[in-house]
Write a protein that binds this ligand. Sequence first.
Ligand code: ARG
Length: 453
Amino acid sequence: MDKMWAGRFTKPSDKLADDFNSSLPFDCRMYVQDIRGSIAHATMLGEQGIISKADADAIIEGLSGILADLVSGKLEFDYSCEDIHMFVEQVLTQRIGDTGKRLHTARSRNDQVAVDLRMYLGAECETIAALIKELIAAITEQAEAHKETILPGYTHLQRAQPIVFGHHLAAYGMMLSRDLGRIGDAFKRMNVCPLGSCALAGTTYPIDRKATAASLGFDGPCLNSLDGVSDRDYCVELLAALSLIMTHLSRFSEEIILWSSWEFRFVELDDAYTTGSSIMPQKKNSDMAELVRGKTGRVYGDLMGMLTVLKGLPLAYNKDMQEDKECIFDAVDTVKKCLEIFIPMIRTMHVNKDRMYRAAQEGFINATDIADYLVRKGLPFRSAYKIVGQIVGHCIQSHQMPDEMPLSEYKTFSDLFEEDLYAEISLETCVKKRTSLGAPGAMEEQIAYLKQI
Ligand code: ARG
């Protein structure tokens, strides 16, 4: 079939050039949005008297038929078309004849693709937000079940102070709650309608941009036609938000991998979300978590790719912008898959309380609490800190933990030590007494916050 622009050219384009130019293999996924956008446009053209009502009705009917046939699989994509916009217009004209050629009045593919992509990504924002909420719910369930499960909290990957596992999990819940906010923010700026910007300079036809924007569910039309066709900030914003989701899932994955190792054995992932080795029969690998960690690099790459495509592009539309889709689609697909696998993986994760408790008993993680004990007895914190440093050194040398050391030995470091020390520095007390807002002894507020998301 001749190209739409064949009149201007003296010979057909090269097959290689056609393939290179084509975006149908990846923009075909926006067919629903493309057809919905065209129906809104045709309706407006009819209402405004730019085309006749009869033509508008024929176009709308034709487009609805194409949509139904694509959904049912009766109609297949013709990959000789340059993109989804050309494909739909071609089928429409084949089906309803010359009337179909009136659809592209007061419109360009430049505003069309921008509308399609904003609508497509808007729907994806909703799906991703729902998945984040589900993951937060799974995390909160486990956090609540383990609000008294003691384990060491770490800094520098060194045992630092005792916390509860629910506290650690709730930290990821907080990260994801911010991710939810970022997806919502990205959506707000995405949800403005470029339709009617046309190629770059608007149109002389009396179009009603507010009507098309409203009928497609946008908050309103964008206010500058050049910006309308060349803005891809919403892609960058969404990619940045997706990248941060992956950062959080990747850090979580790293910990799950570490906790599942034989060295830690804090958790055991369900068999359904692990794999074995083809050679070492004892192995149970956290492949899902490792893949999430690996895929994080892909999503960062998508963000960098998008930013680099936009850098240096003159206004308004340039074909470079066709490269926006593969990055953003890859990132959206990847994040959805990662969230989908994370939800059941977290829900079914078995927690080894004994191992966690034993790890907390070693490593002097109540040292700060011994110092705080002396502070309560009147010593300045810095002096108490120094004494406890000496006690830790002594314990290491004499192969004992602070709770095992007899009071008589404590007395050689300070006569402020009394029998009540032991209850004061037990792991349970250390955790329960940390009731400052956000601390492991104050889980209720954190869990309540995560539950209302
Ligand atoms: N397939 C193009 C894209 O994805 C649609 C817009 C093409 N516009 C143009 N004037 N060539 O960006």
